[in-house]
Every structure is written in structure tokens, then in C-alpha cells.
Write a protein that binds this ligand. Sequence first.
Ligand code: TZD
Ligand code: CA
Length: 528
Amino acid sequence: MTTVRDVTYELLRTHGLTTVFGNPGSNELPFLAGMPEDFRYVLGLHEGAVLAMADGYSQASGGPALVNLHAAAGTGNAMGVLTNSVYSHTPLVVLAGQQVRSTVGQEVVLSIVEPEALLRPLVKWSAEPACAEDVPRVISQAIHTATLPAQGPVFVAVPYDDWAREAPEETAHLLRRRTAAGACLSGDQLAELVTALDEAASPVLVLGPEVDASGAYEDAVRLAEALGSTVWLSPFSSRCSFPTRHRAFRGQLPSSVKGVTEALAGHDLILVLGAPVFRYHQFEPGPYLAPGARLLQVTGDAAEATRAPMGEAFVGAIHDTVTRLADGVTPGLRPPLPPLPDFPVPAESNGRVHPERLFADLRALAPADTVWVSETTSTTSAFWAQTDLREPGSYLWPAAGGLGFGLPAAVGAQLARPERQVVALIGDGSANYGITALWTAAQYDIPVITVILKNGTYGALRWFAEILDAGEVPGMDVPDIDFTLLARGYGMNATSVSTPEDFAAAFKSALGSGKPALIEVETERTRP
Ligand code: TZD
Ligand code: CA
């Protein structure tokens, strides 16, 4: 007899979903028991870490990732970091174990009440199959829904007595199903964009995470060079879609209305590719656009197009659009841009390492194709000033600012990309939300290097409190945490340093070891 479970594993296999990120409970045991040998189960000790590991894995691999969580409690634990997956458009297929079908209505212990509602509005789609026979089809639907544009997380709750039921023969069709999306801009739409770009006196590109995620990074460089335009990353961009030392690169846009408008002043045409318009954060009102500026947005996500407060939006595949624009615009209309100035000289380190110095040193110490996963909130300016990212897929950041992403996402990214070194840059506040992922890295021997920037405080919040003129605020500091003890407790090598020289030695030794390692660095306080 072929069971619902047999067909489901076969289905997961056909979609390449043979890595399961999970944390188990009784409801999940019938699915997990006797997992086929070609599957690998990656255990995380807290569901936030499980989900963020899967997210990092998915973003680094470019494909969907499978998550298995326990009932409502385990699923709920993952919700905080799931806020990021929504805005990074990460195709996560989250399965949770539901209680025995006939008992759910009684709300027996571990039943998920209203499973469709549990993760709303974060998931793109959620379901509990209407009967056991429909489980494989619903999971198939979930995978296709997560991976068709605009990609995003989905949720399915499966009653645990369903797995052993006989699968109807017709479910075999699911194994051969495919779905494909082809919505590219029409020739007329593209011509309109090309004309606008050619006729603009001073166009500027604003690139969002979708450019890097869709594989359009190199074409974005071609487009910028053909246009002779400058390039910004969109505010709060969760990926880096352009080489940061290219002469066209101007950095990441600030996150307030006023800041964005000022940064883009003087451009008559703003072309936003693969980003919302805009992901503002800091409330600093002002005009959305400078007088005379025209804003055109291209995005693969219709919701990003419709909710923007200004501009003209086109909804279509980003990679295709960037390629055709790079081919279509008239090159050489504008004078070449001057080269970038040298890196700024980092501030002095006195007794503690200044973040600018740390990032400058890392630029020299780490391989050029390092994948940086950053969750260190008061050091963003220092990072962009000192960093030299020159490859696609070099940077991940929590897309909704939900902390607890960075440390586990780096573990997942390193698992997905063993050929590239992954370095996590994590604040001593942020580290605690996802700290248990150190154990997974150690147990599965995933050689990620975690650098903890220890300034003893929630630095970004201190800065924000000043901006809001909030006066004294409780709960701003996080003194007396020894991350080397925590890391060793989870089975990982760890060192603590307070000078650039000791950091360099520790980092080289971590790189050479091929083992996961944590380096705690006593850092100076700075502003975002
Ligand atoms: N909880 C969660 C899950 N996400 C959040 N974004 C916050 C709380 C609030 N928060 C921020 O937005 S930044 C920040 C907090 C607590 C401080 C992080 O401190 P850090 O980094 O040590 O990681 P810095 O460089 O000292 O700011
Ligand atoms: Ca801190």
C-alpha cells in the first residue's frame, strides 16, 4: 500500500526539498519516523532559529526550503522571524503537525485551532487539507504557491493520523506537475521605460533585493554602465544588488521620506527595480518626490506596486526587465562617472575596536566572495562605508527588522553554500534571539564564522531614543553577557578580543580551521 506519507516524501523529493529544518513534537512523529535516507533533518533548538536557518538556506540556494514545526506553540515561536521572510519573498513551505483529525474539534491538547488563521497575515497561503487523501495535493499546492511570483512563505497543518492512510492512485499525477510563470513586461511597456531613460537628463537607479534574488545583479551593472547613472540600494534592502565599490554606487538610501527625497535630489528620473516604494522606517516627513522628479517602479510583486504612495509602477519579472533594459537603452549618452574616493580612514580604536576598523579589517581578511549576514543595527553606516561586496548573493539582512534572523540565517546560508565562506556580523543584543543556532552549526559541523559586536547595549535603540527625544528609557543595555561561554556551552570554539590585532589573529585562525567559530569583539558604540 502506498501511504499519504510515501507520496508526500516522493513529492518533496521531486521539488528538491530533501533538507528538513525542524523541531519535533508528538504531532510530527508519524511524518518524521523512518525518514528516507536521501533526506536530511536539520534540528534547531528553537523554532525561531529553525525558521531563520531555513530562510538563510533558501535565500542562499535560490530554491524553496522546507520547515517542520510543532503544533501551534512551535509555529508561534517562529512567527517573529517569519515577518522577515514575507519581505524578502522567501519561498518557505512550513508544515506543522495537527492533532488526530477526529479530535481537533474538542480542542484536545496540541490541536491547532483555526490553522488557516494562525500565521495570517504573514503567509501567502495557508491550509489544512479537507481529508487525508488530499494531503499530497495540498502540499503540492503549497510548494507551487510559495515558489510562483511573488514568492513567499506558506503554511500547511496536517493531522498526524493522515500520514498512514492509503494514498489514492491519482495522487501520482502530482509528482509530474509543474507550474511556470511568464509575466514579463510587454514590448510597449519596455519601450516606454527605455524612452524615459534615454530622454532623462539625470536618471538614477534604486535597486531592491529582488534584483539580486532573481539573478539580475550582473545585468544591473550593465544597465548602470550603459546609462552612466548612479545607483542606490533601496532603503532597508535585505540583499545587496550591486557591487559596492563600483563607481556608480552611492550606498543604501536612508529610511525616512525626507532622507530619501534629499538623497535623490537633482535626478529627473528615478527608476526603482525590484523594491517597494519605499520601505521607510524612521518617521521624518517631507515631500515624497522633489519637484520635477518622475518615479518609475518595476516589481514582480503586485502588492508592492499597488501600495506605493507615488510613482508609476510596472509589474513584471525583474531579471527579464533588467536584461532587456540593459540591451535597450542607448549607451554613452552621459559622461562617465569619476572613480570612487578611497575608503574613509576608520575611526581610532581605543581599548575597544571601532566598528569601522573591524569592517575595514574584515574586508582585507575575508575571501572576496564571502557571504555577509548582518544583524548589527547601530553599525550600518560603518558597514556600507567600509565594505567591498562584489559578487551576487553576498549579503543578507532581516528584511522586516525582526531580530533573531541573522545568526541562524548565516548557519542556513553556510549549509546551502559550502563553497563560499559565510560570516555573520551580529550585535550582542540581536545574538540572543537566535543564539541556539550555534548548537546546530556545531553539531552539523557547518563552518560559519560568527562575529559578535559587543558594545553592551541596544545601540540602535539608544540612537532612536535620542531622535524621538525620549529622555531616559529603561531596558537599553545588555551588560555582562559572555558569548564565549555561551558558544562553548553549545559546543563551538570561541574567542573574545578587544584589539584589532587580536581580532585579525582570531579571524585567521577561524578561517583556517574549517570549523564553526565565534569571535566576540569588544566594540565601541556608534550610530547607524
Ligand atoms: N525584538 C525583535 C524581535 N526585533 C527588534 N527589531 C527589536 C526587538 C527592537 N530592536 C531593534 O529594532 S534594534 C535593537 C532592538 C532590540 C537593538 C539591537 O542591538 P544589537 O545591535 O546589540 O544587536 P546594536 O548595534 O547595538 O544596535
Ligand atoms: Ca549592541
